[in-house]
Design a binder for this molecule. Sequence first.
Ligand SMILES: Cc1cn([C@H]2C[C@H](O)[C@@H](COP(=O)(O)OP(=O)(O)OP(=O)(O)O)O2)c(=O)[nH]c1=O
Length: 219
Amino acid sequence: MKAQDLPILLASASPRRRQIISQLGLPFTLGIAPGDEDAAQLFYKGPATGLAQWTALHKAVMTLTQPEAANHLVVTADTTVILDDQVLGKPRHEAHARELLLSLRGRWHHVVTGVVVSTLIDGEFRSRGASCSTPVLMRDYTEEEVMSYIATGDPMDKAGAYGIQSASFQPTERIDGCYLNVVGLPLCTLVRLLAEFDVHPATQGRQGQQCPWSEQCQR
Ligand SMILES: Cc1cn([C@H]2C[C@H](O)[C@@H](COP(=O)(O)OP(=O)(O)OP(=O)(O)O)O2)c(=O)[nH]c1=O
């Protein structure tokens, strides 16, 4: 069986990733990467910018341990926020969310999403991975705004404790790269990785939603 004939399996619980991948117009099924991503991070010794791709690879391997994932083209991703070479993950509790949001206030930082496309066909593991980095400048929000935002619960499942897409909080002042990367899945990077498996979406992102920053994502 050839990789391009395999159905795509997005192994992600992230509603943002599910929505973004649907823009490719390719059929896909959904699953969840099992296991603990924090465990993978314990073994990582490289630079902060490489952690997202490492964790996405870990999610791929964990997904492919499940028999139902075999003979699928598995897509996994991981998003990290990097401030001063430190990785800011998801908040552990509300006080941590407050700490993260105040440390990011008024600061440039990077959002890095690692993406991995992998297969296990007849016992042979194949994977291609890449990451995309977007510089983001936070606005100078007040502590009261931070507390109101935390009260919505929105920060708790997000790297760096914020969602750029939050209509009420609107945390960012400026971004210099791919928006979809910040939200969790850089489509242009994914399209490039799928092409390595000879999978080519007809739309490459629907009209008006196509990532305009593909050059930055190729870096
Ligand atoms: C910075 C930022 C992150 N995020 C999200 C994207 C990711 O869903 C999440 C980071 O956590 P991840 O561990 O990358 O992903 P996840 O646990 O949500 O999903 P899965 O591992 O099952 O694929 O933060 C936003 O939605 N908006 C943002 O502005």
